[in-house]
Write a protein of this length. Sequence first.
Length: 296
Amino acid sequence: MRPAQVLQSYSAMMALGLVLGLLTGGLPAYTKEVSMASLALLMTLSLSTVKLGEAHSREHIEHSAKALLLNYGMLSALILAIGVFFEREYWWGWALMAAAPSAVSVVPFTSILGGETSKALFSTAANYVVALAAMPLITLAVIGSAVSVNSLVYSLLLLIVLPMAASRLVMRLEVNKAASTAFMNMSFAVLIFAVTGANRDAFVADPSVVLLISVGCLIRTFGIGMATEFGLRRVSVAKPARISYILFASYKNLGLTATLAIALFEPAVAVPATICIVFEVVWIMFLLRYYPTVRG
């Protein structure tokens, strides 16, 4: 694979960041700063594809309500149910994941898989607006006094509100799609490199914990994703409509989760999100092969 092709590949750049982080130990002195800067850039470029005011029909509003129910209802509840089986620092990591909004990548993945992209766009925008209130409320309710309210609000302003505003400017610049994808993938790779490096000891010191977290990630990604797929097929929801629902039911913004874990707590809290990122990449690779074989 040529360098230009690697830069355009989400999975290849994720794998590169993961391997380099494990081999080198990342950037232990600047993990928080590098993670936040990388995610802020990634969010800005990702949100530049989301038209925050796109609401042309009642169907958009109904779709966003269902997407919120799937992501902040069903998926968050499952994540919390999985998290209770882990020790404190890992439990906090699962709790932060449950509080996070859907991944912005739901939008391009919906388009690639042949789903209803305009509804995914509007539902993603609604998800992030709701997240500004839902994330602090869920985090404080579940984790409680261990989290700094001021730090959480500051981080949300820096990692959601600021990128939302900056993304409107990027939209006007009409950045080349290939260049935007390359910058997004590089930002994601740097984020994974920093977070994985900071948690290298957790990955190699206790394989049993990594295995248990991996089982949880498998259930919260493949398990709930396929359950949603079969459930929607059973009630005769057409494939284009199902696609975005399945993505909202199985994707969280794990970059935001990992970054907040390091900013608010300690690197170990980011371990569940870091491992789940691998499963989300494999999940989308599976869906790319699965949907072309599915009718209706």
